[in-house]
Write a protein that binds this ligand. Sequence first.
Ligand code: FAQ
Length: 352
Amino acid sequence: MYGNDFAVPDEPLNAAETPDYEAALAEHAAGEMDRSAESRASFDALIAADQRIEPRDDMPQEYRDTLIRQIAQHAHSEIIGMQPEGNWITRAPSLRRKAILMAKVQDEAGHGLYLYSAAETLGMDRSEMLDRLHSGKQKYSSIFNYPTLTWADAGAIGWLVDGAAIMNQVPLCRCSYGPYGRAMIRVCKEESFHQRQGFEILWALMQGTAEQQEMAQDAVNRTWWPALMMFGPPDTGEAATQGGHTEQSMAWGIKRFSNDDLRQKFIDMTVPQAQKLGLTLPDPDLRWNAERGHWDFGPIDWDEFWQVVKGNGPLNAQRIAHRVRAHEEGAWVREAATAHAAKQAATQERAA
Ligand code: FAQ
């Protein structure tokens, strides 16, 4: 059973089904975003023409640093993001659910790998990025510092967290930096499936007993606000945070929309889905504003967001400790792979 079985097929369930994503795919297919013979053209000219910057191109150090910061943070989010749902693999309610969840969590590991590879093209080694993650010098998304208390959290993560991730990532398919934009196309396709599986978990629970419905509602109550925080601090209007990166990143064609615009798009897409599921989003101020053509929503607790970002969320310490332990326990695999690669290279050299 898929999303189409209970949602109106013509309504997009997530941002990978909207014209934005189709437009990005068409641009790639037409090669319009690829660099042509303009290797002598300056970085500014390529950006002004909405062309792609490739690893061999000259680029300002600040552009390189911004991309390393964002892509590394994104990659770290994917692999730390395996932990909350990984928590439920052994306790998934059926073999079918377990198989789906394992595949989903494995996909997130794959996304981490595409993204670390994209960041490496900018000149930073993966092991250095991991050191920076482990020592707290590089961040990962705030959302993964919250606990997954019940099975319904697997549904809420898929529906809301993957849903927010796709909304943010579909525009990144058009990012000016080639390796990042190309990685995002595949990531968005997979996230789109993840969002559907989350929706379907909640759908099944909402057809179940009163306790199951309560469990689904409780998971959504706990996930809604942290999911809205995923888009980052306000960057438009009076509430805009000083010192944010949006303006510069938009000028460079890395970000295509402000954090606030994407947050609003996500809310507008999600409210009708919540209605379809029979779930109440935990915001008493949520109401349709016909004048704006958008859903109005209540204030987000940005103090909570910054506390989590600074390391004081419910599970920051546990997430990093788990990650460091896994890294240390996996050292022998990396050593064996390196030794094997060296042996293969030596054999090939002798043969040549
Ligand atoms: N958490 O000026 P901005 C996923 C920081 S993947 C922590 O707006 P920017 C898949 C930001 O770094 C989820 N920190 O910054 C999955 C900056 O601090 P800095 C991750 C945050 O970079 C699903 C400061 O606040 N997605 O979920 C957050 O222009 C399920 C000011 O912010 C991506 O990484 C936050 N939420 O915009 C996996 C997408 N928000 O660095 C498993 C790519 C902001 O100066 C299960 N990234 N900050 O110290 C982006 O699009 C951008 O980096 C933003 C932030 C939009 C996240």
